[in-house]
Design a protein around this ligand. Sequence first.
Ligand SMILES: CC(C)(COP(=O)(O)OP(=O)(O)OC[C@H]1O[C@@H](n2cnc3c(N)ncnc32)[C@H](O)[C@@H]1OP(=O)(O)O)[C@@H](O)C(=O)NCCC(=O)NCCS
Length: 188
Amino acid sequence: MSASASPADDPRAPLETERLLLRPWRDDAADLDAYLRISSDPDVMRHIADGRVLDRDRAAEQLTRFVEHWERHGYGLRAAVERDSGEVVGFVGVMRAGQPGVRPGDVEIGWRLARDRWGRGYATEGARVVRDHAFTQLRLARLVAFVRPANDASIGVMRKLGMRLEKETLCSYGLPMRIYVLDHPRAR
Ligand SMILES: CC(C)(COP(=O)(O)OP(=O)(O)OC[C@H]1O[C@@H](n2cnc3c(N)ncnc32)[C@H](O)[C@@H]1OP(=O)(O)O)[C@@H](O)C(=O)NCCC(=O)NCCS
């Protein structure tokens, strides 16, 4: 007799924190509106890729890629729903690392929040749960994270997660980039 999967084993089950619900992105109009609203803000995009804000077409392409990543790997970026308002206010999650300078198969942890939700501890709160899920449920050996040296807020989150600076390098746009890493607790 085969045992049925418990909700704890379902990789798509939402992760809950005190103030956030983290669930897989959906390729639908509501999530596209939310992702575009967050990522069309120059303050939010300043330290990401080439710093350009997203238009609707690029936001839609990226959202489709997030959903395909979930289908292919069984994990991915999670929309962060603010439990009080029910609003999608950002994302936190893990995905295959697409940047140069890491080991093949490395998985990246990342986050982005709407400008009006910064400074409340949301990124750290969400990232801690995603980190723990990555090590316990997904059984990943380590996590990596990429950040521009001037992105103090994101470096703050990395430090609070216990990540350490591994190297300074250049990203695919030729801009300075730091790589932070965190090994599985058993390997530390
Ligand atoms: C990075 C980001 C998600 C952080 O979100 P946040 O919810 O405001 O972060 P937190 O409140 O959890 O802060 C984490 C730590 O960094 C510190 N921090 C936050 N903003 C900071 C800033 N501008 N300068 C220095 N430290 C900062 C916080 O004080 C906190 O440390 P503390 O608890 O010891 O005070 C948010 O700024 C963002 O969406 N930025 C744009 C997108 C982005 O750059 N994503 C990351 C790409 S690598």
